[in-house]
Design a protein around this ligand. Structure first.
Ligand code: ADP
Ligand code: ASP
Ligand code: MG
Length: 405
């Protein structure tokens, strides 16, 4: 069976006109003899509004009810798409996560999919039906509704592609594809025609929200080619695929940046073996993800300053955990919640010397101070003042010739 999974993001289904437009796209695949599984996000803004409501009514909203609440936006968009397709004479049917079912683990608000049962939808596809599946949601073995994390309709689409062995998975969004950087920040950003899973994974996890991180990881593990394109134009998009399929290997493929980092410095920590573990263990036990870390030896050699970053939303909890921790002594804690991480990503840097130097040089030319550095084989990240992000990304975009297609 020639199955295609078509995922539509929030802006793509943002109003009734958009619902009609995406229905036309869906029909174009039916005309090409595809069996179509649609995955829809909530209409743009709806999930955010629901989250705000949960916070307004109480600071202590129940985790399980939170998922019932925030998953409801997808029910609206799926019903609208499916209802409209039916009015045009197509045999469409909406499916909430529990009706598929998409079975998840027992976590709430960030559940992982364990299994998707295919028989219900398969029966419907076989008789020529269209399945319109709610993204972002599932059901756990206690029969409760779960959600899969922000932006996770992408993840729903990738795992549906896996379980249904789809020939094609297309992520329709509000930009032409994966771009060299966020086009909302840098208008000279250009479309990347092909990108490897590894590079996409780095870009997503370093802040490019065009694809949700888990979804890229699962596409990579299952070798699912993913097409990212616009639902607003007919232009070809980006293919996310395995490295060997890519002909044009640039040194730097793209630039990502974050908006929600915070920096913590512990000043005057006694320098002795095991100190780092005694600082970071309680943080990890409290589910706080520490990202970049740097340790400076102080002038007298017996004390050190340790700087690291956490997500902004974890800052308060981190400071509380550190202050409660009596396994080590320090002079003071400094915090800065106005920092951002800017990263350059590309498999080409493995074989190209001088990339780090070019990055640092072009930032220094713009008088941008680097606070922390971290690297991997295919990325270099620097922490800078958030107010410098646009200047930094623009400089790096130019330095690595990313405006040239
Ligand atoms: P959807 O609702 O379709 O899932 P998202 O808002 O999650 O869309 O993702 C698309 C947005 O991602 C774009 O509007 C763009 O601003 C942002 N973005 C950030 N980095 C990139 C990038 N490198 N390429 C394309 N878009 C990016
Ligand atoms: N509606 C959900 C969100 O806003 C899921 C998604 O859009 O992918 O996070
Ligand atoms: Mg998204």
């Amino acid at each position: 069976m020639k199955i295609v999974v078509l995922k539509f993001g929030g802006t793509s289904v943002g109003d009734l006109n958009r619902i009609k437009k995406v229905s036309k796209i869906i029909i174009s695949y039916i005309k090409k003899k595809y069996k179509v599984i649609v995955v829809s996000s909530a209409m743009s803004g709806v999930t955010n509004d629901l989250i705000i409501k949960s916070k307004k009514i109480t600071q202590n909203f129940d985790k399980a009810e939170y998922d019932v609440l925030v998953s409801s936006g997808e029910q609206i968009s799926c019903a609208l798409i499916s209802g409209y397709l039916k009015s045009l004479g197509y045999n469409s049917k909406s499916y909430m996560g529990w009706q598929v079912p998409i079975i998840t683990d027992l976590n709430y608000s960030d559940s992982k999919i364990i299994k998707i049962k295919t028989n219900q939808i398969m029966k419907h596809l076989k008789i020529g039906g269209i399945a319109v599946v709610a993204g972002f949601q599932g059901v756990n073995i206690e029969n409760r509704v779960t959600t899969l994390g922000r932006g996770a309709s992408d993840y729903s689409a990738i795992l549906l592609s896996k379980y249904f062995k789809a020939k094609k998975c297309v992520i329709y969004t509000d930009v032409e594809g994966v771009m060299t950087t966020d086009p909302k920040l840098i208008s000279q950003a250009t479309k990347i025609k092909e990108i490897s899973y590894e590079e996409m994974l780095e870009m997503s996890s370093l802040g490019s929200k065009v694809m949700q991180t888990n979804s890229v990881q699962d596409a990579r593990l299952n070798r699912i080619d993913v097409h990212v394109r616009s639902s607003f134009t007919n232009r070809s998009g980006t293919l996310i695929t395995k490295k060997n399929n890519i002909k044009n290997n640039k040194i730097i493929r793209g630039i990502s940046f974050t908006k929600n980092d915070a920096k913590i410095t512990l000043v005057g920590v006694k320098d002795r073996p095991g100190i780092a573990a005694s600082i970071f263990e309680p943080l990890s036990k409290n589910n706080i993800n520490v990202d970049m870390v740097v340790q400076n030896i102080s002038a007298n050699g017996s004390e050190t300053d340790i700087t690291f970053t956490v997500k902004n939303e974890d800052l308060k909890k981190s400071v509380k955990t550190l202050k409660k921790n009596n396994l080590f002594k320090y002079k003071k804690i400094l915090v800065d919640d106005k920092v951002s991480k800017v990263s350059i990503i590309g498999v080409g840097m493995i074989t190209t010397p001088g990339v780090t130097y070019r990055m640092f040089k072009s930032l220094s030319k713009k008088k941008i101070n680097i606070l922390v550095i971290s690297t991997s084989e295919i990325k270099i990240s620097v922490l800078i003042k958030r107010s410098n992000v646009k200047k930094a990304v623009a400089a790096l975009h130019k330095e690595f010739n990313l405006s040239k297609v």
